[in-house]
Design a protein around this ligand. Structure first.
Ligand SMILES: [Zn+2]
Ligand SMILES: [Zn+2]
Length: 281
């Protein structure tokens, strides 16, 4: 540990903290509210066990870096059971909208190649604005950070930049779309666009949109649709110990990840202020 640098108070969660969060704090009602426009039974979920934190249950060593797909479930209670089994660092859902995921399971099409599937309806349009994608006078460009193996580290200077870019992108998107939601991801922000016309966009149109908005330091892989998984709102970002939460745009303006979206286990923990290696940026 000690591999990443985060703003004060942010640090990876232990397995026990993940368990406590998902047993006591994770709010399935809020999750189902977030997903209410979707057909829950035809929504695919995924967990990443220990890709970045390298914290994982020993029995999952071989799959710790993979996205483990959860497509055989009868609803969120089942999904929660899987989460408690794997105790993952991150929980995601597939933005694709399917009419019947059983067809994809039968055909073993792996969801990656489903754009031409007959049961593929569309995909939530999404923008991922992360602090590594902005330049920092102290930590350099995204290339510098990657070279030093610090692609996921961030400082408050970078955070304030992505916060501003998120608000600007949101306002820009308002010219084109109506149903726009912002989520704090734990490090940066996600913007989800749920307009029918956004969900029906083709891959080529998504590529164009990704290019059009690239100045906002977005991850083009997400917007183009290549990366279909996105962090599930209300889940725990186990790399930084923050809850992924939807925010009104007026809340984004002042959002401070050092003081907000803090899970109960950190509020109660005496260790909160004693982890020097993850503080002081
Ligand atoms: Zn398919
Ligand atoms: Zn920095």
């Amino acid at each position: 540990m000690g591999k990443y640098r985060f703003p004060r108070g942010m640090r990876p969660s232990t397995l026990e903290e993940r368990r406590v969060f998902y047993e006591r704090e994770f709010n399935l009602k809020s999750v189902s509210e977030w997903l209410k426009w979707r057909d829950l039974l035809n929504t695919v979920f995924a967990v990443v066990i220990g890709r970045h934190s390298n914290i994982y249950l020993p029995e999952y060593e071989d799959i710790k870096k993979k996205a483990v797909i959860i497509d055989e479930h009868k609803g969120l209670e089942d999904v929660l059971e899987y989460i408690l089994q794997y105790l993952p660092e991150g929980v995601y859902y597939d933005r694709n909208v399917y009419s019947d995921i059983k067809l994809c399971v039968q055909r073993d099409c792996d969801y990656r190649n489903c754009w031409d599937c007959e049961n593929f309806i569309g995909q939530e349009l999404a923008f991922d604005i992360d602090p590594e994608n902005v330049n920092c006078p102290y930590h350099g460009s995204v290339e510098d950070k990657m070279r030093k193996g610090q692609g996921l580290s961030f400082c408050m200077l970078e955070f304030r930049k992505v916060r501003k870019l998120t608000v600007m992108l949101y306002e820009d998107l308002e010219n084109e779309f109506k149903n726009i939601r912002v989520v704090f991801s734990g490090r940066g922000f996600h913007i989800h666009v749920l307009d029918e016309k956004a969900i029906r966009l083709s891959r080529d149109e998504r590529e164009e949109i990704a290019k059009k908005y690239s100045e906002y330091a977005i991850d083009e892989w997400v917007t183009s649709g290549e990366m279909r998984l996105i962090r599930l709102p209300y889940s725990l970002n186990g790399l930084v110990s923050r809850v992924c939460i939807p925010l009104g745009i007026e809340e984004v303006v002042k959002f401070d990840p050092r003081k907000q979206a803090i899970p109960f286990f950190l509020l109660l923990s005496p260790r909160r202020s004693s982890r020097a290696s993850f503080s002081q940026l």
